[in-house]
Ligand binder design. Structure first.
Ligand SMILES: CC(C)(COP(=O)(O)OP(=O)(O)OC[C@H]1O[C@@H](n2cnc3c(N)ncnc32)[C@H](O)[C@@H]1OP(=O)(O)O)[C@@H](O)C(=O)NCCC(=O)NCCS
Length: 413
């Protein structure tokens, strides 16, 4: 049996899309094939693996193009790896690995500095040098326990913040501007094209899973739009009490965040508020007078691989000046292995490869974890993932890489 990796074209796109959904155990609605093609997919970034005996697509893969914000606010071109499936009839023959290496090579040729993905299983991508670079929480809270003990909004400024509902059309015009301002100041955030906004805001009945159509509210502060929420209501049977499901809540200021959550925890006839993919350091926890009531379930969000180590390290800002020799050991790409000297002056890094002995040794995946600030290096040392070789190298690594806030990727792909 021979398997060939082939391009995806107008001719095989429908078969390819069906194969992707099939790989995840789903059927696809015909309109969704058109939607994906018009609003999201970049044909020249997609791969179809074909069994040459049957001439059928038996595995799929590809990437979307994104721009990733890194600490300090710079953005890097990122291959957003997605659509990875191998049919159960052809598993464990190395097709997935071959497609991943094709995607990485093509991404480098295009100039992508990083690649990122959301994983269906958290043990799949470490072998390709991906590190868990963004963690997030799913929340559940009974709004009866939603009182705040603290808030960044003083009584004097309470009237500066206004919330209003907008309809789907106004939301489509308003939300992208607010999202973009959040993205510019949030490490781990990625951009959304106008097509992708259409794709995300698609809200026909069949995608609502029995809940209401989307509701949207926008926060305005002194004439500026500083936050939004998209949510659905779900009611069980004849019960008046429902669940408010926050689909996305984005804020640009602390005050917008506080007034949005004051609003979301203040509805009549809601017995539960749930929200998915909240930042791991979201301040709501510190604002609630009874924080234990906010149930938080953590999950892995964005996995990142640094495709160009030097460029990636030079793009981010650092918290402390200094010089550190980072030893990287890559099992998937031996040419990436070696020692990189990082010299930071005024918060800016310069990097070059050297033959010097390293101060600290880790896998590229672990560099990805501390790169965006998902974790301080200490726990990775304790987990046996980072080896601080020379005295004080852990303290140096910690002070250079530490970030003001945890990374967050509001956009799932
Ligand atoms: C995950 C999936 C794409 C792997 O495809 P595949 O072609 O069988 O993978 P490969 O043969 O290239 O395997 C690559 C490596 O991953 C390992 N691996 C793959 N899937 C695994 C799984 N589910 N659990 C544990 N290990 C797995 C293989 O053992 C192999 O390890 P090795 O390199 O040490 O030998 C496929 O099982 C699938 O389609 N799953 C359902 C959809 C899905 O979850 N896709 C991922 C989306 S993020």
């Amino acid at each position: 049996m021979t398997i060939e990796l082939r391009p995806v074209t107008e001719n095989n796109f429908v078969e390819w899309r069906k194969a992707v959904r099939h790989g995840f155990g789903q059927h696809v609605h015909p309109d969704d094939i058109t939607r994906l093609k018009n609003d999201r997919a970049e044909l020249d970034r997609l791969i179809a693996a074909v069994d040459t005996k049957s001439e059928r697509i038996i595995a799929t893969g590809g990437a979307d193009s994104y721009s990733l914000t890194v600490p300090g606010g710079a953005t890097l071109p990122m291959a957003g790896v997605a659509y990875m499936t191998t049919s159960v009839t052809h598993r464990r023959q190395g097709v997935f690995s071959e497609m991943m290496s094709r995607i990485h090579n093509e991404a480098r040729e295009r100039g992508d500095v990083v690649s990122g993905l959301w994983a269906s299983q958290s043990h799949l991508y470490g072998r390709f040098d991906y590190g868990l670079s963004v963690n997030s929480y799913d929340w559940e809270i009974d709004p009866a326990f939603g009182a705040f003990s603290h808030s960044p909004i003083s009584e004097e400024h309470e009237s500066d913040t206004h919330l209003h509902f907008v309809d789907a059309e106004e939301a489509a015009a308003t939300l992208p501007g607010i999202y973009d301002r959040m993205r510019a100041q949030t490490p781990g955030a990625v951009d959304r094209t106008s097509g992708r906004w259409r794709y995300e805001l698609f809200d026909e009945e069949r995608v609502r899973g029995g809940a209401s159509a989307l509701f949207f509210a926008v926060c305005e502060e002194v004439g500026e739009q500083t936050g939004y929420v998209a949510y659905r209501m779900r009611r069980m049977g004849d019960s008046d009490m429902g669940t408010l499901e926050v689909i996305e809540q984005v804020s640009v200021t602390d005050t917008a965040h506080a007034s949005m959550w004051r609003f979301l925890l203040n509805f009549d006839l809601v017995g539960k508020v749930i929200a998915t993919n909240r930042p791991s350091d979201d301040p709501l926890w510190w604002m609630l007078s009874d924080p234990r009531r906010l149930l938080r379930k953590s999950h892995d969000a964005l996995w990142v691989r640094l495709l160009d180590i030097e460029k990636a390290l030079e793009a981010r800002a650092y918290n402390a000046d200094g010089k550190l020799r980072l030893g990287l050991v890559s099992e998937s790409e031996p040419e990436v292995s070696g020692t990189y000297v990082l010299e930071v002056s005024d918060g800016e890094g310069a990097v070059k490869k050297t033959t010097d002995k390293p101060d600290v040794v880790m896998a590229p995946a672990d560099l990805s974890v501390i790169y965006l600030g998902a974790s301080a290096p200490g726990p990775l040392v304790e987990a046996g993932r980072i080896d601080p070789i020379t005295t004080r190298s852990l303290a140096k690594l910690h002070s250079m890489f530490s970030t003001y806030s945890a990374p967050w990727c509001a956009h799932y792909f």
